[in-house]
Design a protein around this ligand. Structure first.
Ligand SMILES: Nc1ncnc2c1ncn2[C@@H]1O[C@H](COP(=O)(O)OP(=O)(O)OP(=O)(O)O)[C@@H](O)[C@H]1O
Ligand SMILES: [Mg+2]
Length: 456
């Protein structure tokens, strides 16, 4: 049964409500603001009925309005129904302005009140459902920082990300350039208990050694010429959050020792400093080179490798992600089309073919860049292979080779969609002209467009 809190000081009315409503609701009673708030906190009812004239000021609405404000402050979604004498309708209206759901004038007719209560609970439940739904949708799309993938390989990656996020173990992310290493690191951070803390990225390969040391560990005043004030480094800055060390394979040996020490006892020293500083930061590292090779060549400490690589996530190259390529391509297409105010609706058949056969040495970043550039420069509604800079020497012909693994029906549909898109584009999306060119009726064209998800 739903819980209903009744805040009312008149004994008669309480008795009336008790007998009238006890079959439908679990009832809680209070006779003063203090008691009412205490009961509200204890039972969190979705609906409350509230008498405005409560002790010690039974003749004014002061106490009742105060009680209303308290309840709304505690939970703004509560449905408060004001029970009022005929004389203070005005106060009832004030109460509505301050967030009450409805009001009901005495004398009370139980069957009327029941209808109001029923509606209030119904609405409270609907709103709650709605909020939950919204939250779930938001959580799902932002959960992995917008990382997208349906392929078996990427699903495995997402599983690992979710699993390691909850602990504090160091994670090493490996993958070719542009495969989403930083994005994966951000996803781990945002799913972890540290998500309120900072995510601090630093590229160990892009900064000269001495500068990198002071960037990472900070320095005390006078540690070197130019060190005018004591300054905290990225480690300290990331305390309570996550430090993301990109291109970890490039970390100079001297700094590898300092990182190892941190991983062992969570302590660092600033340059020129003599005191240990305890830092609470999670370390995520990334590399696009083979660390084993660096270990063999003596450029990377093996003991550090074991420490940072407690968990290793391997991001597969884009060319090995199957259908994810087109999924991402379409995602970037609609994103940039919107961003640049263009009306690009899809890829030509040849473009799709070239996208799938291309090697993508720059992986997701390259795909994103090529589509962004193409959309920026195009006036067409369908992107061609040449717009993406993917025209190869060999002419594109529809041959059975392009379609291995597809059924004849699927191939026919692919070509049909392509032909329709191309014709629509030629005729600037004029339905009549397109239908004429294709030799079909307008309803048939609409039908086919619906089938292939082509929107005007
Ligand atoms: N699975 C994915 N879904 C959506 N966007 C992605 C995905 N993977 C990567 N991206 C996007 O691709 C771009 C490159 O990703 P990111 O910078 O994380 O790659 P990286 O591996 O760190 O690259 P680099 O080795 O060049 O530093 C970013 O814009 C990122 O948002
Ligand atoms: Mg990166």
């Amino acid at each position: 049964m739903e819980k209903l809190l009744i805040i009312e000081d008149s004994k008669d009315i309480k008795t009336q409500l008790k007998w009238g409503l006890k079959k439908d609701y679990t009832l809680f009673f209070a006779s003063s603001v203090k008691d009412g708030i205490a009961q509200f906190k204890k039972h969190s009812p979705k609906v409350v009925t509230l008498d405005l004239g409560l002790p010690p000021h039974e003749d004014t609405a002061e106490e009742g309005l105060r009680c209303l404000s308290e309840i709304i402050k505690l939970n703004p979604f509560t449905k408060v129904i004001i029970i009022t004498g005929n004389s203070d309708r005005e106060h009832a209206l004030t109460a509505i302005e301050r967030g009450a759901y409805d009001y009901y004038c005495k004398p009370i007719n139980i069957s009327e009140l029941k209808i109001i209560l029923k509606r209030a609970f119904h609405l409270a439940n609907l709103e709650r459902e709605n909020r939950n739904l919204k939250e779930r949708v938001n959580r799902r799309s932002t959960e992995l920082c917008g990382m997208v993938g349906q392929s078996h390989e990427m699903r495995a990656v997402f599983d690992t990300i979710r699993r390691v996020a909850t602990s504090d173990v160091p994670v090493l992310i490996q993958g070719e350039s542009g495969t989403g290493k930083e994005l994966a690191a951000r996803a781990i951070h945002s799913l972890s208990m540290r998500s309120e803390g900072r995510f601090v990225p630093i590229n160990c390969g892009a900064i000269p050694e001495n500068l990198l040391e002071s960037e990472l560990f900070g320095y005390e005043k006078g540690a070197f010429t130019g060190a005018d004030t004591s300054t905290a480094g990225k480690f300290e800055y990331a305390s309570g959050g996550t430090l993301f060390l990109d291109e970890i394979g490039d970390l100079p040996l001297k700094l590898q020792v300092k990182l190892l020490r941190f991983l062992q006892d969570k302590k660092i020293q600033r340059i020129g400093g003599h005191e240990d500083i305890t830092v609470d930061a999670r370390i995520i590292t990334a590399t696009n080179v083979d660390i084993q090779q660096a270990i063999k060549e003596g450029r990377f400490r093996e003991d550090l490798f074991f420490r940072i690589g407690v968990v290793t996530i391997k991001l597969p190259p884009l060319r090995e992600r199957g259908e994810d390529i087109m999924l991402l391509a379409n995602l970037f297409l609609s994103r940039f089309s919107k961003e640049f105010g263009k009306n690009v609706k899809g890829f030509s058949l040849e473009a799709q073919h070239r996208i799938k056969e291309y090697e993508w040495p720059g992986n997701v970043r390259e795909l994103e860049n090529r589509i962004q550039r193409a959309i920026l420069l195009t006036d067409k509604t369908v992107l061609e292979a040449s717009d993406l800079g993917l025209k190869s020497e060999s002419p594109f012909t529809v041959s059975s080779k392009n379609y291995s693994g597809l059924t004849l029906k699927e191939i026919r549909e692919l070509i049909e969609k392509d032909v329709i898109l191309a014709s629509l584009d030629r005729h600037k999306w004029n339905i009549l002209k397109t239908a004429q060119e294709l030799g079909i009726s307008r309803p048939t064209l609409y039908e086919l467009m619906r089938k292939y998800h082509i929107k005007l």
